[in-house]
Design a protein around this ligand. Structure first.
Ligand SMILES: [Fe+2]
Length: 275
């Protein structure tokens, strides 16, 4: 079971994690990177899987796409999740494919009632097929396609309708709040916190005063650590994962940030224990 702090597993430090006394409680992987893998690298993954809880965070489901679901992919995914006994499968509440063409970015869905209904049906199909709840991540976005209802209403409606859980990415909330001019704490206070299965924290780039770019290639900024603490205060004990996908430093440096994440979680736990 995942708990407290976790770390996104990267190939660059796949062979380093047993060399340090500090070990993350759990790791997150992209199943697409492992489904067709073999050889020594898969052996190392299997060793890690036998020693640590693993969460899967998918990249290619494109749940909001107008295209039908790719059941060949879902079959491979289900086999992988079942074989490695992984219960946690999260994906982005976005689309990255249309008419069979795949984009490089995760694009936001139009925040409309029709889209909320449409994507909810697809989510329920995926949940039925995988025999697991989907855990949906709030993405960072730089444009809105349509906003008949707010993003908050959109997400909350889908969670309610489908029984899916939320992967609350605190950095994405912060980046969106600056870029689109709203209060990140208001957003967090009003999202369905009782549906949060786990959280993400990551770094972003300060491109301009009013434009942040969600790079996952920098250290986590102080404002985002503060927002995480604020959120944990409201959610109580929810697992949090440190993501670092680009510009990946040596493992020792990642562990320094991981230790900071652990210390914040511990601080909030101690505070709650006193209340
Ligand atoms: Fe994330």
């Amino acid at each position: 079971m995942i708990k407290d702090a976790g770390l996104g597993l990267r190939r660059s430090f796949l062979y380093d994690i047993y060399d340090y006394d500090i070990k993350p409680n759990w790791f997150e992987i992209a199943p697409e990177n492992w489904i067709k893998r073999g050889g020594p690298i898969l052996k190392q993954f299997e060793k890690i899987r036998s020693d640590f809880p693993i969460a899967c965070h998918g990249l290619s489901l494109s749940i909001g796409s107008p295209d039908p679901l790719d059941f060949k992919f879902l079959e491979e995914l289900k086999q992988f999740l079942d074989y490695y006994q992984i219960d946690i499968y999260s994906e982005h509440l976005s689309f990255s494919m249309e008419g069979g063409k795949r984009f490089y970015d995760l694009l936001p869905l139009p925040f409309t009632k029709n889209m909320a209904e449409f994507v909810s049906e697809k989510i329920m199909q995926v949940q039925d097929y995988l025999k697991r709840p989907l855990i949906l991540e709030n993405i960072s976005y730089y444009l809105t396609l349509e906003e008949e209802i707010s993003e908050l209403e959109f997400i909350n409606y889908i969670l309610e309708k489908t029984g899916a859980y939320l992967l609350l990415d605190v950095n994405n909330v912060y980046v969106n709040a600056v870029n689109h001019g709203y209060d990140p704490k208001d957003f967090i206070k009003n999202i369905k916190l009782d549906r949060v299965k786990y959280m993400h924290i990551a770094g972003h780039l300060d491109y301009k005063e009013d434009l942040l770019v969600d790079t996952h290639g920098e250290k986590v900024k102080d404002d985002v650590w503060d927002l995480l603490e604020f959120t944990l205060d409201l959610t109580g004990n929810v697992p949090v994962l440190l993501e670092r996908d680009n510009n990946i430093p040596p493992y020792q440096e990642i562990l320094e940030e991981y230790k900071k994440l652990e210390s914040i979680i511990k601080k909030v736990q101690e505070k709650h224990a006193r209340i």
